[in-house]
Ligand binder design. Structure first.
Ligand SMILES: Cc1cc2nc3c(=O)[nH]c(=O)nc-3n(C[C@H](O)[C@H](O)[C@H](O)COP(=O)(O)OP(=O)(O)OC[C@H]3O[C@@H](n4cnc5c(N)ncnc54)[C@H](O)[C@@H]3O)c2cc1C
Length: 451
């Protein structure tokens, strides 16, 4: 019966849309101001900020928890909130990180001590499961409705009128159920620009993207001194294993001794999570890599008792699509620390492009430089009532290799969330907002805004 109703309503919806009418007839249709899609670093903060501004906000997440790459991908060291001895990113993201550290009796790094080129020293190691739960609590307490196991299938622009105040009809699928949301503004925090693509915005990508990394830990139970003494033999075995396909390039990113000593870092070449098929393939390849390493270590004299100690839920993906916005942040903008009149957030990290096989050589910013994010890089070109935040913001490849880090995803996410909420509450497009009003709102919510 329900299927028949749905079919009938879908046909009617289609006809009404074709004739330019707005649609608000699904029995199970939900109305809201802002929909954020993707609950990673950007989406958590965007949704919480939107809800704290008073906008009715729904956060849609395809997975089972919040955090995205930081939790499901095992990259539980957000950074960088500080630059050159002072804090440059604060607000809701910082609130989450600080609370995770406090509740777990962990300690923050001493940010007053310069790191030089060892920027990771100012990244904050957070307890991963606790971080995911606290992100969830933060969103709920902010008034966000969280929907896990759901993803958008279709987005349809609506005609704004006296009787219809919503700009989008969003059709989602949730475990075999089709759901409809009518909303005023949407924020794409999928990391891949998936929502923007559904809404008709243009995306950009490279033919060969940076490798991903599958985070797991193997305890070799080998004596490193004895292993070092037999390193030539181990290397020979490795070369033979490579020839027969028992191990592959990328399995031992930092060499065999690193794995023997407990650092199992790897590269998953071509890692991509922008479609279900690619995400499946990427995760299977990451797990197979782990199995190859475990079996290889167990094949070494002294390594028989090697164990898998921990493993992330998913492969961490560095690069897929970037959305083409009204402005594309270039690496020159980034490196010069350019501040535009519409800069809404800071960004700080070295330019950090991982190149297949040769690895990464971070290019550090010159002393005193802190990059910024202009509002126009959060506005997809040619599509109104839609914002983008997080890894897939509008930027060239090299700028993106720095902008993709978590603190920056959070600062941009907070800006996008504030703009989406303000636009929804004023019934305007985000591009029509007064920049000063967005900045004031962000500051009221403890964000640090470039002046
Ligand atoms: C190996 C590795 C090491 C890194 N090292 C660091 C580091 O040291 N410090 C640092 O700060 N950053 C680091 N990064 C970068 C950083 O972790 C990510 O770029 C950042 O977390 C991206 O955040 P995001 O919110 O844009 O996207 P994500 O964290 O990817 O979140 C996107 C969310 O959207 C959901 N989603 C996707 N598509 C849909 C859909 N269609 N419908 C519904 N939900 C959807 C996903 O399930 C996910 O939860 C690293 C990344 C990798 C891969």
């Amino acid at each position: 019966m329900k299927t028949h109703q749905h079919f009938f309503v879908s046909i009617l919806t289609g006809l009404l849309l074709l004739s330019g009418f707005s649609v608000r007839i699904f029995a199970d249709t939900v109305h809201c101001d802002v929909v954020v899609v993707g609950g990673g670093s950007a989406g958590i903060v965007a949704a919480a900020q939107s809800a704290r501004c008073g906008a009715k906000t729904i956060l849609i997440e395809a997975g089972f928890q919040l955090g995205g790459n930081a939790t499901t991908g095992g990259v539980n060291f957000p950074g960088l909130f500080h630059a050159w001895g002072k804090q440059v990113i604060a607000g809701i993201g910082w609130e989450l990180v600080e609370e995770t550290v406090r509740l777990n009796h962990d300690t923050l790094p001493d940010f007053s001590v310069p790191t030089g080129t060892q920027h990771w020293k100012h990244q904050i190691r957070v307890n991963l499961p606790l971080y995911a739960v606290l992100a969830e609590e933060l969103c709920l307490k902010s008034g966000v409705e969280i929907r896990y196991f759901e993803a958008p299938m279709k987005v349809i622009p609506l005609k704004f009128s006296d009787t219809n105040k919503e700009n989008w009809q969003l059709i989602t699928v949730s475990q075999g159920e089709e759901r409809t949301i009518l909303c005023k503004q949407m924020v794409d925090c999928t990391g891949n620009g998936t929502l923007c693509a559904l809404a008709g915005a243009e995306r950009m990508r490279e033919n060969v993207t940076q490798p991903g990394t599958f985070d797991y830990s193997i305890r070799s139970n080998m004596d490193p001194v004895k292993a070092e003494a037999r390193i030539e033999e181990i290397r020979k075995r490795y070369e033979e294993a490579k020839k027969t396909g028992l191990v592959e390039l990328g399995d031992f990113r930092n060499g065999i001794m690193a794995v023997i000593k407990g650092n199992s870092s790897n590269y998953v070449f071509g890692a991509d999570n922008s479609t279900g098929i690619l995400r499946t393939e990427t995760n299977i390849r990451g797990r197979q890599s782990m199995l190859r390493v475990l079996r290889f270590i167990q094949s070494l004299p002294g390594g028989e008792n090697a164990k898998l100690v921990s493993m992330s839920a998913e492969v961490g993906v560095r690069e897929t699509w970037r959305v083409k916005g009204r402005y594309i942040i270039t690496v020159d903008d980034y490196r010069s620390g350019k501040v535009w009149s519409d800069s809404l957030a800071y960004a700080f990290y070295p330019v950090d492009l991982h190149v297949n096989e040769t690895g990464v050589r971070p290019a550090h910013l010159e002393e005193g430089i802190v990059a910024t994010i202009p509002f126009r890089a959060l506005l997809p070109e040619g599509v109104d009532h839609l914002l983008v935040a997080g890894r897939c913001i509008s930027s060239d490849r090299l700028a993106n290799s720095a902008l993709r880090v978590q603190a920056t995803c959070m600062s941009g996410g907070q800006a996008a969330g504030a703009a989406a909420a303000l636009a929804a509450l004023k019934n305007v497009a985000p591009a029509e907002l007064d920049i000063a009003t967005i900045k004031t709102t962000l500051k009221e919510h403890n964000a640090i805004v470039p002046e």
